[in-house]
Design a binder for this molecule. Structure first.
Ligand code: PLP
Length: 395
């Protein structure tokens, strides 16, 4: 397993990051700053702020002490100089693309990808004449072929959704940098506990904080982290585009982050057990989990990651109807989109994200009728296995 280079442990940073240096009213926790604007004593103070002699808050769209604490905590966890918070993972991705891509520019992304991100590239970036080249995931040779002189960005998830493909971040960064392109990794499925793409050479890391960072299936948020010089124009863009996070969910995220390392330990352990159990089950055709030796990127993942995450994807040896019976027969995991929370969630990509696609289109995306994505919560693994077992038998 990869080792984390920096000094303080994940839990210490998760608890204290961004908060220890500041105290509000002697409180141990950071309050919710439920305010839309901030008061200046007088015009002299206002001018000092405008001239950059004074750092402080001005108006709610440009900053709030609650979200600054979250940004600094995530920056510490990612080993980043700077981080910026958004209203959702999609807001983080779209604002970042708009901030970094020039008109008529070029972007490289992968086929195994969050569906709405791909839709943004196909339906919105094309309005700015930005071209997107889609390559197969986790393939740095295909990346080298796809890069052009005008490529600004290579964007990929790692691990990807739903097949959990893992890219060699250091190699992707080397290949992209040689052509003047930046690398942005969507690390939502991993979290900074399991991997730090910036330490491996990526320029930016992005998360749907809705998932593990928040961790409780109770908020939507997004974050981008990286060097200050790269993050600053993105921060400027969120001030213009306005997809900011309100102080209350920011505070829930701050609270959720404190247990991130603890939760990931459980998610990683449970998913490994579930993946091994499923792989040995006669009614399961195939399992995708980077912690299994059978996964195509297992060796890469073992070098680069410190844990393999809480999502297990598998294909039943069954048709569509029997797969539906299995999913509906599970009593502990909820049938719901999303992942990364304390409650286990289960879904069939064919009836969830790819519902409106024809079977042929689904096949082109690699989504089969008996594919299931299971997000392990923090329930006891024995209970989850017993539930999966009864539902597999009944289906
Ligand atoms: C959920 C998700 C997103 C979108 O994030 P939201 O917070 O729902 O907007 C983007 N990328 C990945 C990998 C995701 O899982």
């Amino acid at each position: 397993m990869a080792k984390r280079p920096s000094q303080k442990g994940d839990s210490t940073r998760a608890v204290h990051g961004g908060e220890r240096e500041r105290r509000y009213g002697d409180a141990v926790t950071t309050p919710i700053f439920q305010t839309s604007t901030f008061v200046f004593q007088d015009t002299e103070e206002l001018c000092a702020y405008q001239e950059g002699r004074l750092e402080r808050d001005e108006y709610g769209r440009y900053g709030n002490p609650t979200w600054r604490a979250v940004e600094e905590k995530i920056a510490e966890l990612e080993g980043a100089e700077s981080a910026v918070l958004f209203a959702s993972g999609m807001a983080a991705a779209t604002t970042t693309f708009l901030a970094l891509l020039p008109k008529g520019g070029h972007l490289v992304t992968t086929s195994d990808c969050y569906r709405r991100t791909r839709q943004f590239c196909e339906e919105y970036l094309t309005k700015l004449d930005v071209e997107t080249t889609v390559i197969e995931p986790a393939n740095t040779e295909k990346l080298a072929e796809a890069l052009r002189d005008d490529t600004t960005l290579f964007f990929t998830e790692s691990p990807t959704n739903p097949y959990l493909r893992v890219i060699d971040v250091a190699e992707a960064a080397r290949v992209a940098r040689a052509r003047g392109a930046r690398v942005m990794i969507d690390s939502t499925f991993a979290t900074p506990v399991n991997q730090c793409p910036l330490e491996d050479g990526a320029d930016l890391v992005i998360h749907s904080a809705t998932k593990y960072l928040g961790g409780h299936n109770d908020l939507l948020a997004g974050v981008v982290a990286g060097p200050k010089a790269v993050v600053d124009p993105i921060r400027e863009a969120v001030g213009v585009l306005g997809a900011i996070l309100d102080a209350h969910p920011a505070w829930l995220l701050l609270r959720g982050l404190k247990t991130l390392a603890l939760r990931m330990e459980r998610h990683n352990a449970t998913a490994q057990r579930v993946a091994e159990w499923l792989e040995a089950h006669p009614r399961v055709r195939r399992v995708w989990y980077p912690g299994l030796a059978s996964h195509p990127d297992h060796a890469m993942a073992a070098r680069q990651m410190r844990g393999f995450g809480g999502v297990v994807t598998f294909e039943l040896d069954a048709d569509f109807d029997a797969t539906v019976r299995f999913v509906d027969g599970c009593r502990l995991p909820h049938l719901a989109p999303s992942l990364g929370g304390v409650e286990s969630l289960i879904e069939m990509p064919a009836t969830m994200s790819y519902w409106d696609k024809t079977p042929q289109q689904r096949a082109a995306y690699g989504i089969t009728d008996s594919l299931v994505r299971f997000s392990c919560g923090i329930e006891d693994a024995d209970d989850l296995l017993a539930d999966l077992s009864q539902s597999l038998d009944a289906a």
